[in-house]
Design a protein around this ligand. Structure first.
Ligand SMILES: [Zn+2]
Ligand SMILES: [Zn+2]
Length: 276
């Protein structure tokens, strides 16, 4: 089972991989820079080399880099959109040092311009970034499923499909259990139906990562408040079905619950213990 959690990147790549192993994880997620934005730390090439060797020896990966929350490709002014484009380009360049990584981002918020306009802005940005990259990035870029809070784009599977179609790029999707539950997809009572819908609209071959989070809110609340596994409205039984589902069991699971390391260690053991 590929399972891990979000980790602090403050100690570098090797430290993250060692922390992952110490809590029973074999994958992990991290922010490429301060989640509220700003400059990224310069990459320490010796750290990257040590990480790659350690990851290989310990079966770690794929690693999932998460873009800062402030990145909004669908913003209503060029300053915000240029920041998004610059940041993602820089992140993808840095990730070339760790080939085969995944890069997940929140598609954006259309801030009143309408979903169609938002989808157009996001798609155009992705095309420009890939066109300007000079080669195909070794990183797989993932669109995250959103809860539909505020004017978020990506609040349903159709909106993600439209971005994929407009770009024609080999994009993947990161499915966040809390977000889709809050977005109105009933993974508690009808996981099969939700996955069939995802397969029909997006395609399960595009599903690259599962953000495994319980939710503080009820189905369709459009809120996005993560809860510890089994302590929220999704509940333990639903997670047991999730990690054992034939269409999901080979996908990597990344926890983003409100836990410290000890808490993550327990949740990883809990979910591993559920797998039949
Ligand atoms: Zn996210
Ligand atoms: Zn998430």
């Amino acid at each position: 089972m590929k399972i891990g959690c979000h980790l602090s990147s403050s100690g570098g790549y090797l430290a993250m991989a060692q922390t992952a192993v110490s809590i029973g994880a074999n994958v992990f997620q991290f922010f490429t820079r301060n989640p509220r934005g700003g400059a990224a730390k310069p990459i320490d090439k010796a750290d990257v080399a040590a990480f790659l060797e350690y990851a290989e020896a310990n079966g770690i990966g794929p690693i999932l880099a998460h873009a800062p929350y402030t990145l909004n490709a669908a913003g209503d002014n060029t300053r915000v959109r240029d920041f998004a484009e610059m940041t993602m380009t820089d992140d993808l360049m840095r990730l070339e040092l760790t080939p085969g990584a995944m890069y997940n981002f929140h598609p954006g918020s259309h801030v009143g311009q309408g979903s169609e306009k938002g989808i157009e802005l996001i798609s155009d940005m992705l095309k420009r970034i890939f066109d300007g990259f000079g080669k195909t990035p070794s990183t797989t870029v993932l669109l995250e499923t959103m809860s539909g809070k505020g004017s978020e784009v990506g609040r349903n599977f159709e909106e993600l499909r439209e971005i994929i179609d407009r770009t024609g790029l080999p994009l993947g999707v990161c499915l966040d259990t809390c977000h889709i539950w809050d977005g109105g997809y009933d993974i508690v009572n009808d996981l099969d139906g939700v996955l069939e819908e995802f397969d029909r609209v997006v395609g399960l071959d595009r599903l690259m990562a599962i953000h495994t989070n319980d939710s503080m809110n009820v189905l369709g609340a459009h809120k996005d408040r993560h809860e510890k596994i089994g302590k929220g409205k999704i509940g333990l039984a639903a997670f047991e079905r999730l990690v054992n589902h034939p269409k999901l069991k080979d996908k990597p699971f990344y926890l983003e619950t409100p836990c410290d390391l000890q808490g993550y260690k327990q949740e990883i053991a809990l979910l591993k213990g559920m797998q039949r």
